[in-house]
Write a protein that binds this ligand. Structure first.
Ligand code: NAD
Ligand code: G6P
Ligand code: MN
Length: 437
């Protein structure tokens, strides 16, 4: 019988996770689920946790959902630990967004100054979790969803010295759900190959019948105005330059817009920031979250409501629950994960974390070789990976000078006095959650 522990259990995504486990119960016989949160999330945990139990009670399976603020009690003898927490909750995210935007620079959950600060707040917590796991469940797998997912996963391996970790994102799931339809195929007809970093990967698509690379067909379909290309709800869908995609012969992930169409993305973010009726994405999500928790309070609701699809992370359980089921049953399923490079992308060091297509089985992720990238992509990739490495090291050491280096490296931060001022202001704004500085 399997014991699952979910840290950040008060998240509005928890019903999504329950649905994924219920769907897969036959191959993943869960006995108990422990939802862990902290004092600040107690009310959310209570509401969504009760709703989670209702979902199981409405299923044919006998599963108990435990709610606790005691992480160590929960972790004892866990088989799988999933993490979906947000240090400082949405108020911290809103500061990550608004402070840089107040200076005319991008403020975003996982990109630019905001993304770097989310890593600084999160990495000390995930390393504490790993410390507890070493003591209380040394054989467990850690399945991380907490953003910035790639950096958090890398910190677990590099600084936590814990290799049984897999990082996840729902963006590749969304692409594989939407794109086959765009070219009148089903996912089974196609083979996908992804490579890059979390929120910074590209992919290619092959036709199983012919063996041909058919990426160009999908590129062409993206420019059909009537088609839903699977871009996550949280990303403003300005189109990539078609000339650029025609040249690269790959599909960039939705987040590449912040780099390839930086001007338009920044203008859009500033427009929302300056409109008090709209506000930043974090402010918008606060509203959606409040609506969701009102629904979750309904004692008759025992399934995941439609409205959860307004969140950018929708369908995340397809990655999380499938990863766990694949490890448990040694299924060797193709899943896109953050894992150790091991040569899959020869343009990056073998020991760094990459987000790539992998086969997931009982020994974890076996990254599939992607091969070298063209200089046009290699340049970005190496810059972004090294920026991430600097952020992670700064998160562990609290080294201000190194953090400044990371800021200067980050393409979303214009180097100079203003960038440094944003960094200083964020250090003050998040002081409570940055014990290392
Ligand atoms: P949220 O604001 O609802 O936070 C989830 C819970 O974490 C809250 O109940 C909060 O109290 C709790 N929490 C905070 N600090 C904690 C700690 N130290 N220990 C335990 N619990 C703690 O967040 P959300 O919007 O549901 O998102 C959750 C996380 O998942 C975020 O980090 C978000 O960025 C990430 N996310 C990732 C993806 C992806 O593709 N990987 C997609 C969506 C969301
Ligand atoms: C995306 C990403 C996540 C991100 C989320 C934001 O799809 O994959 O990593 O956290 O959506 O969604 P939100 O609704 O919180 O803005
Ligand atoms: Mn993601």
């Amino acid at each position: 019988p399997v014991k699952i522990v979910t840290i950040g259990g008060g998240s509005s995504y928890t019903p999504e996770l329950m649905e994924g486990f219920i769907k897969r119960y036959d191959e993943l016989p869960i006995k108990e689920i422990w939802l862990v949160d902290i004092e600040d999330g107690k009310e959310k945990l209570e509401i969504v946790g009760t709703m989670a139990q209702r979902m199981w009670d409405a299923s044919p399976y006998d599963v108990k959902v435990h709610l606790t603020l005691d992480r160590r009690e929960a972790l004892k003898d866990a088989d799988f630990v999933t993490t979906q927490f947000r240090v400082g909750l949405l108020n911290a995210r809103i500061k990550d967004e608004r402070i840089p935007l107040s200076y005319g620079m991008l403020g975003q959950e996982t990109n630019g100054a905001g993304g770097m600060f989310k890593a600084l707040r999160t990495i000390p917590v995930i390393l504490d979790i790993v410390k507890d796991m070493k003591e209380l469940c040394p054989d467990a797998w850690l399945v991380n969803f907490t953003n910035p997912s790639g950096m958090v996963t890398e910190a677990v391996m590099r600084y936590g010295k814990w290799d049984k970790v897999i990082g996840l994102c729902n963006v590749p799931v969304g692409a594989m759900m939407k794109e086959p339809k765009m070219i009148n195929k089903s996912l089974d007809d196609l083979t996908y190959k992804f490579a890059g970093l979390n929120h910074f990967h590209w992919h290619k698509i092959f036709d199983n019948a012919t063996g041909h690379d058919i990426t160009q067909k999908v590129i062409d379909a993206i420019y059909d105005p009537n088609v839903d290309d699977g871009t996550p709800k949280n990303i403003f869908n300005v189109k990539f330059f078609k000339e650029q995609l025609d040249q690269m012969q790959m599909i960039p992930c939705g987040y590449h817009r912040y780099y390839y169409r930086q001007e338009e993305m920044l203008a859009h973010a500033l427009e929302e920031y300056n409109d008090p009726q709209v506000g930043t994405r974090g402010q918008q999500v606060k509203q959606t979250e409040a609506e969701l928790f009102e629904l979750y309070k309904d004692p008759h609701l025992n399934y995941k409501p439609e409205q959860l699809a307004k969140r950018g992370g929708t369908h995340y359980s397809d990655a999380a629950c499938e990863t766990i089921a694949s490890i448990y049953a040694n299924k060797n399923t193709h899943i896109v994960v953050s894992t150790k490079n091991n040569g899959a992308i020869p343009d990056l060091p073998t020991d760094c974390t990459v987000e790539v297509s992998a086969y997931i089985g009982s020994i974890g992720a076996k990254a599939i070789a992607f091969g070298e990238l063209h200089p046009a992509e290699r340049g970005w990739l190496q810059c972004m990976k090294n920026m991430e490495l600097c952020v992670e090291e700064a998160a562990v050491t609290g080294n201000y000078d190194l953090l400044l280096q990371a800021f200067i490296l980050n393409p979303q931060v214009v180097s100079g006095t203003t960038g440094k001022r944003i960094m200083d202001e964020l250090l003050i704004a998040h002081k409570k959650y940055l014990p290392q500085f």
